[in-house]
Design a protein around this ligand. Sequence first.
Ligand code: ATP
Ligand code: MG
Ligand code: MG
Length: 544
Amino acid sequence: NKPVKEASDEGGSYDIGLQDTEQGVVTRFPPEPSGYLHIGHAKAALLNDYFAHKKYKGKMIVRFDDTNPTKEKEEYQDAILKDCELLGVKPDQITYTSDYFQDLYERCVQMIKDGNAYTDNSPQEQLQKERMERKESDHRNDSVEDSVAHFEEMKAGTEEGKKWYVRAKLDMSSDNGAMRDPVIYRCNPQPHHRTGSTWKIYPTYDFACPIVDSVEGITHALRTTEYNDRDPQYQWFLKTLKLRHVYNWNFSRMNFIRTLLSKRKLTKIVDEGTVWGWDDPRMPTVRGIRRRGMTIPALQEFILKQGPSKNINYMDWTAFWATNKKYIDPVAARYTAVEKQHHVKCIVTGEGVPEAPRSEDKDVHAKNAELGKKKVVYSKQIILDQADAQSFGDGEEITLMNWGNAYVRKKTYSLDPINALASAAGQTARTITELVLELNLGGDVKKTEKKITWLSTDQELVPVTLYEFRYLITKDKPDPDDALEDILNRDTETKTEALADCNVARLKEDDIVQFDRKGFFRIDRAAKDGQSAMAFQIPTGKGM
Ligand code: ATP
Ligand code: MG
Ligand code: MG
């Protein structure tokens, strides 16, 4: 397989108008190591990479936002780095929020001592209710000594400490809920995958993010638009802690119809065994869509084209796969596959039929000779799809692709009255067991209605299992509170056993090909030792 061409960047024209870029640009992608990257994360990673590396020639950091030991694992950390690599995102530096735990702790102590933070132990519901009502907590004006003491209990992870959390003291009367004393530290005695049991307290994202961004030299913090309301809070932390300024810049969250983009829900789908794993071709993960046949340049183009938009909407997968088709169509070699269960044997007669089987080398792609040749075998014995045979009229002139025209001379039917295919379609036609075709190589291939795929049986036919996948979710726009089991599609896979031409034996895992009239496929497993190849149909945007 030839590599697909680079993503078209239209001359670096995806502009978002970042401010003050003359001083250099440093961006960051801050995944939490709590799952594999999905296509929404891919957008964030690619945008940060694009603006740092391609648009402004700056620097990009991948920072693990590893502040919640309950959800995070080393396995996910490694997976995310691999996912970035698959996306072509090359960080200049990899950092961890957990490396700043000491610094963050000291800054929190300082905030308490300066009267800018306090400890609270109101139950969760009360905290929420008071925040809605803009009511100050009873602990808001506790003494600095009391708050310092509670924070020390938290740090030690004592029974008492577990009841407390720290809040920054901003403005409980603000119209912006994000300003109403956000929680900045929590107690969690569970061991952390990197720092072990050193810490029993963990900073929240709201607190850690502005500090670490500033300390690491980030110039522009790109975030999804749900963070709009939290920008003033972010800036408040920078100002209060007298830290270097960082610009916030927001882009829209990516959503797709019939798709869940939440690590928590995707984890559930994986853990319950609904799919084969995080890289299942039905999963909206970077690995899943790649395994389904998405190429990285197409993904880059698709994301960067709509990157700067701030409209939040549900995208259709149609446009996504149509972009991919532009990249694969010119480089996908063409082969032939015929259904194994529902094929018909044909005898080819007439002038031009070889006495003994013969083969010819043909281009694997009619419009791209660079892709090389394939062997096409011609002989008296061929097979074709039952559905095609069923459609033939008596005496009809058809075209055998890569060969020429032929007349349908004789159809032999089985004794069993109804064939499975036809009966599924509510018809009473019988199975055709044999066809006789008479070649008419002088006939005009432009004049026939049917261009038929066929295979000579005088070659080593390669068994291939063709997979077609469907959406995992039945609802176009799932609500966050929809129960997973109510919206999960239980019927997401169709498998068809097929026989392919002898050239398919040389295909390797990851090759992208087209089986004529059946569609584009990615080879997930090569054929080997009589074991069939596995080929996943690649959506092209049509009929999804
Ligand atoms: P999830 O709920 O799937 O875990 P998250 O936002 O909590 O998403 P993080 O690992 O914290 O996951 O996200 C890393 C980065 O990816 C963040 O900058 C976040 O804004 C961005 N991101 C996450 N989901 C999307 C999305 N659907 N579209 C665009 N960016 C996203
Ligand atoms: Mg997050
Ligand atoms: Mg989330």
